[in-house]
Ligand binder design. Structure first.
Ligand code: ADP
Ligand code: MG
Length: 322
């Protein structure tokens, strides 16, 4: 099968979005942005061996390639609309491509995202997806708006994806059912797109947690010129992780909670006057939004343990060059 037949067979599909004037099959894609909207762009690369394991189920790789980008749109309060996919494949493996595109398009269909172009070459397996989203003019959430006194929130629970990775790497053990649960969080994360859109006009700053809570929180603090105080006891955690923290493997579990990557939950700030609105948004979103601390005027993050004592050192968040 040649390159163009491959693109036609696996990536080109009927387009239902009337805003797409020209999709896959031309030298460039043409889309019509909605009037009164700003466009939001983001790109993320997934490399085999680094972002996904060589033996990962192809459908989960397809899912994650799009999910991490949808998560960036969520963090911006944007509605994802269009995607471009550049991919390198080591060989023509029909079965692998079938699985990959099944995972990719299942998620794309759920979020009404249209694949409008890309590039396909031979090489070590990696995928680079560009996402384009829309947000009402001027309403995008950024990392820059946090103010001293704001509450700090996270969505869902943290640390499950890192715990799954620890189990896969033989650094922790879990029962079958618990492992299945955290593994799903690692391999098929759910981007918090509806929540991000709902936080427009409410959150003062937001980020998605891809590299770990403290590291990603620090990005907001840097951009906003503020600091933070958070409490370990308040950080929401799943039952399997809670069990490890309370007994078996406290250090590893704390590192998952505070610095574990790949959760794709949102961390955001809001004025204390927004607490009621946020309780309503949590109900609507069907997901906990937990207040874990507050923004301070002094730079740096203070993390207090269950007794209120500041941790002397913080577990390190993920950094490709760290
Ligand atoms: P060009 O040579 O003009 O750069 P290509 O031959 O690389 O174009 O691609 C042909 C068409 O297929 C283009 O519209 C391109 O956007 C699309 N395309 C190529 N690879 C992919 C892919 N992996 N996913 C989606 N669209 C793709
Ligand atoms: Mg061309």
């Amino acid at each position: 099968m040649n390159e163009f037949a491959l693109i036609d067979r696996f990536f080109r599909r009927a387009v239902h979005d009337p805003a797409v004037r020209t999709g896959i099959g031309d030298d460039g894609a043409v889309v019509v942005p909605a009037p009164g909207c700003d466009l939001v762009f983001s790109v993320d690369m997934l490399v085999e061996g680094r972002h996904f394991l060589a033996d990962a189920a192809p459908a989960t790789v397809g899912h994650k390639t799009l999910a991490v980008n949808l998560s960036d749109m969520a963090a911006m309060g944007a509605r994802p609309r269009w995607a471009l996919l550049a991919g390198a494949l080591p060989d023509f493996d029909e079965c692998w491509l079938d699985g990959f595109t099944r995972g990719l398009f299942a998620l794309a269909d759920r979020f009404e995202v249209t694949l409008i172009g890309g590039d396909t070459t031979r090489g070590p397996r990696n995928f680079c997806l560009t996402i384009i989203g829309e947000v009402p003019a001027g309403a995008a959430l950024t990392r820059a708006g946090a103010r001293a006194g704001d509450d700090i929130y996270v969505s869902g629970t943290l640390g499950d994806a890192a715990l799954a990775l620890a189990v896969l790497q033989g650094r922790a053990t879990l029962g079958d059912a618990d492992f299945a649960m955290v593994r799903e969080r690692l391999e098929t994360p759910e981007p918090r797109v509806a929540l991000g859109e709902r936080l427009r006009g409410v959150a003062s700053a937001a980020i998605d947690i891809s590299d770990g809570l403290t590291g990603d929180l620090q990005h907001i603090l840097d951009r906003s010129g503020v600091g933070a105080a958070i409490d370990v006891a308040l950080i929401p955690r799943s039952m399997p992780l809670a069990t490890l923290i309370d007994c078996a493997q406290r250090d590893l579990a704390l590192a998952c909670l505070l610095a574990g990557g790949d959760d794709y939950e949102l961390c955001f700030m809001a004025a204390p006057s927004s607490r009621q609105v946020l309780a309503a948004i949590a109900l609507e979103a069907g997901m906990p939004l937990t207040r874990i601390g507050h923004v301070t005027a002094t730079a740096g993050i203070v993390v207090r343990d269950e007794q209120g004592t500041p941790l002397a050192t913080l577990p390190r968040s993920f950094d490709h060059f760290g």
